[in-house]
Design a binder for this molecule. Sequence first.
Ligand code: FES
Length: 126
Amino acid sequence: MSVDASILASDASGDAPARTWQAVCRVDDIPLRGARRVRRAAAGDVALFRAGDGHVFALLDRCPHKGGPLSQGIVFGHSVACPLHNWTIGLADGCARAPDEGCAVVFAVRVVDGTVHLDAAELRER
Ligand code: FES
């Protein structure tokens, strides 16, 4: 399942550089212990994951091994098992668990009032 990015919101609070957040879906649109994709024209889709404890993560939908679609993998804990060769990828850092090596691109994500947001600049540039 996929969604198109839509609403924009700015956040200049805290010490971190200001981000412009883009609403992409509701948390409930992501299956529990599952994923959905945010379509992008050129740079590859972003996979949104919802762990069993409700945490939401965002990675480029491309395994660091041979490019498998991580959104089609099995989510367990804060990890996903790639559907192609079963590597375990950490959802927080995007990195393969030893002995495998490599990391998927990680996207900043936030959830406000049940709406999932991604950083608009990262969506354009990563
Ligand atoms: S492409 Fe993901 S484990 Fe091989």
